[in-house]
Design a protein around this ligand. Sequence first.
Ligand SMILES: [Zn+2]
Length: 228
Amino acid sequence: MLYAISTSGEKIRAEKKKKAFCGLCGSPMLAKCGQIKIWHWAHESKKDCDLWYEPETEWHLSWKSQFSSECVEYNFKGHRADVYNKNGVVIEFQNSSISAEEIKKREEFYGKNMIWVINGKKIAQHFFWPASSFWSIASITDHEFIWKHLHQCWKYSNRKIYIDFGELGINKEETAGTRANSDGLFLITSFFNNPKKHRDRFLRSYQIDTHGECLLIERKDFLNEYLT
Ligand SMILES: [Zn+2]
């Protein structure tokens, strides 16, 4: 966790040898102040009190550190929302895979004002863009994507899903490897049930995979919208 509660009741970032407690369960926390990860806290007991906890990566920590402290790790009726911003939007940063039931449960719990941000780095090699002109399009328009080996669960989500590929880039085509990403997040606007027919042999082989459309949202625009 990025924050814990100090002995004087303040929400504080991790510091060497600092004493603090979990904002949710009140148990003692350990300051993790190493050289690699952003300094953070972990339950001394090694067991997290929130059942929805997922092991925190640098990706989580760096996203959360951009928001103001009062919005981060917000105690939302007994669960720790990654971010609960001043407009009442819950942002869940999801790094690992998650089941359809889990998605449904969280969406019902947090309500309509909730969005997902998925770490795309682990799945970047499974994304393909049939429109070869994708990278030359300057304006933001719909883009068809193919998501090989989609975690089917995301199809059942009823909230906005943003995918963050970070600096990794995405596959333009199978053999071309990755290419630098314009700095943005991909907002999924739809999944197709019946993929469009492709004449291209390469693309035809992907017809069994999940197709959809997304919008490229510049990182600064995403932050402008949610960093309040
Ligand atoms: Zn706790």
